[in-house]
Write a protein that binds this ligand. Structure first.
Ligand code: PEP
Ligand code: MG
Length: 581
């Protein structure tokens, strides 16, 4: 048995399908100068073949209206046509006299070391798209079409690969993807986020797994506990199949609560909302019975788009999200790009502390055209449902006043152009910077609601970069400072009668549910896949008891005390719930 790091939960027992898309190693032959023109032609014709393959895939994905897939494939197609990338490979063939395969590897390694310096995990993971494109070309260089898996469409398979790539998830159109094992990978990679929304278990952190497993081997994977067995004996297979069956039963039971009301045993109604990146996630939110979309991160559209999406393109995507969302209720967040999350068409900035840098509302206020275009598209999308607008990374009152001024301008523009839009769109702020907590009363004078972004709030509050493993423990939700600040934010919002939601990862952690409920929080926004579990938790909890837990927790002074208390209360709650872990 090997132990890995779960990136997306679930259990699977199936045969392995190994995709060796990792960097191709092996001795490289030095070319004779006379051979280089032919080698460049070989590279060019492989690129053309790879482009054809991608075009065909884009056409298939478009036919099936798989918006997310189409976006990813378009990104790959653009990368493949990137003249800088192509020229780098050609000059490595010409100047270093490398074979095309080795030249591609050389260029990829150059990009990998540049990307490794980027501190933003999400962006860092985008090098995965580049690896995928290099993989396409390598396959064609080696005379291989993308190899059809040696399985029937209905046979479940566990994909074994160096790193989970967004394109791997497209494989789920052609075969039954039961799980994924990878050598490397990070929670915030967009492939991992997609896998979670597709409910495909993923286990990462298994170096050398590609050397241990062969296509056709039997694999038992538990991405709850992080265990994987290769060619397990009959007893282990049976045990994992039981676990898988229990998990399937649990999901069925949970799916059954789709139409049930999220109300506690003592009658407190809780809103379970979904965090989404686009129309597909919004549709999933409807399927699982979420109460609406609590956070629509619009960055995904910009990060996967070749240039800045124009007003009509943005409107089309926002409208699709609104129309797919439960009750057509969506909180659209204005763009939270910036620092390392920059897109090439906005220009790249090098900042010494990107997380403390030029991002979110700060970036928008310096790019009025970008802000205006997005606000107009959001106002227009507001006509198709109940849409609210959320401002990210707010740290001062002036930023909210600036946004309101921009909204007035956007409305004026739309009126002049005769474009219909939502006249009364509620405006909210993300509270994720400690300065916003300090000035919360003033901010609340200006806005209609608040959403607490605990991912950023915790890292700024604790001055601890959550991507740095040496300080990650400080970001755990057991620190008393975190709970005291949450207590204050929720209390002030309730006191002012302003709706407050938690939309950071904390909202989707079962151990934080009772204390948050006890502090008076009634709006939780999380990955759609977690909604059924939380509905069950809500329906087995008691708001009065939750209050007692929160009061007890507020008196605690150390992380250890809080950790013990949360573990104990979660165990008790799970015991009451019909779901056994
Ligand atoms: C947060 O910071 O908690 C949040 C929801 O925003 P993001 O994760 O997009 O920074
Ligand atoms: Mg944030």
């Amino acid at each position: 048995m090997r132990q890995g790091r779960p990136l997306a939960p679930g259990v699977a027992v199936a045969r392995a399908y190994c995709l060796d898309q990792g960097p191709v190693h092996g001795p490289a032959r030095q070319l004779d100068p006379a051979e280089t023109p032919d080698e460049i032609r070989r590279f060019e014709s492989s690129c053309a073949a790879a482009a054809q393959e991608l075009d065909a895939r884009i056409a298939r994905a478009t036919e099936r209206s798989h918006q997310q897939d189409t976006d990813i494939l378009h990104t790959h197609r653009l990368l493949l046509a990137d003249p800088v990338l192509v020229e780098k490979v050609k000059s490595a063939i010409r100047d270093r006299r490398l074979e095309a395969e080795a030249a591609l590897r050389h260029v990829l390694e150059g990009y990998e070391s540049q990307f490794a310096k980027i501190r933003d995990e999400y962006l860092k993971q985008r090098v995965a798209d580049l690896r995928c494109v290099v993989g396409f070309v390598l396959r064609h260089l080696q005379g291989r079409q993308s190899s059809a898996p040696p399985f029937g469409r209905d046979e479940p398979v566990i994909l074994v690969t160096h790193e989970v790539l967004p394109s791997h998830l497209l494989l789920s159109q052609h075969l039954r993807l039961a799980g994924i094992l990878t050598e490397v990978g990070a929670e915030t990679g967009h492939a991992a986020i997609l896998a979670r929304s597709l409910a495909i278990p993923v286990l990462a952190g298994l170096p050398g797994i590609l050397d241990e497993v062969r296509t056709g081997d039997m694999v038992a994977l538990d991405a709850q506990e992080g265990h994987v067995h290769i060619n397990p004996d009959f007893e282990v297979q049976t045990a994992y199949r039981r676990l898988q069956q229990a998990e399937a039963n649990r999901q069925d039971r949970l799916a059954g609560n789709r139409d049930q009301e999220p109300v506690t045993v003592d009658g407190t109604r809780v809103e379970l909302l979904a965090n989404v990146n686009g129309p597909d996630d919004a549709a999933l939110a409807s399927q699982v019975g979420a109460g609406g979309v609590g956070l629509y991160r619009t960055e995904y559209l910009f990060l996967t788009h070749p240039g800045m999406p124009n007003e009509e393109e943005q409107l089309a995507t926002y409208r699709a999200v609104v129309e797919a969302a439960p009750g057509r209720t969506v909180t659209i967040r204005a763009l939270d790009l910036g620092a390392d999350k920059s897109v090439s068409y906005l220009g790249r900035r090098d900042e010494p502390n990107p997380a403390l840098g030029f991002r979110g509302t700060r970036l928008l206020s310096a790019s009025p055209e970008l802000a205006q275009t997005q606000l107009r598209a959001i106002l227009r999308a507001g006509r198709y449902g109940r849409v609210s607008l959320l401002l990210p990374m707010v740290s001062a009152l002036e930023e909210v006043r600036w946004a309101k001024g921009m909204l007035d301008d956007a409305r004026l523009n739309l009126r002049r152009r005769g474009k219909p839009f939502a006249e009364d769109m509620p405006l909210g702020v993300m509270v994720e910077v400690p300065a916003a907590v300090a000035c919360l009363d003033d901010l609340l004078e200006e806005v209609d609601f608040v959403s607490i972004g605990t991912n950023d709030l915790i890292q700024y509050l604790m001055a601890a970069d959550r991507t740095n493993p040496q300080v990650a423990h400080l970001c755990e939700p057991s620190n008393p400072a975190i709970w005291r600040v949450l207590h204050r934010i929720i209390g002030v919002c309730i006191g002012r009668g302003k709706p407050v939601t938690v939309c950071g990862e904390l909202a989707g952690q079962p151990q934080s549910f009772l204390p948050l409920l006890g502090l008076g929080l009634h709006r939780f926004s999380m990955s759609p896949a977690l909604v059924p579990l939380f509905k069950d938790l809500v329906r087995h909890s008691n708001a009065l008891e939750a209050r007692a837990v929160a009061e007890r927790l507020m008196r605690m002074k150390t992380a250890g005390e809080i950790r013990d208390c949360l573990a104990e209360e979660t165990d008790r709650l799970m015991l009451h719930s019909c779901i056994k872990f």
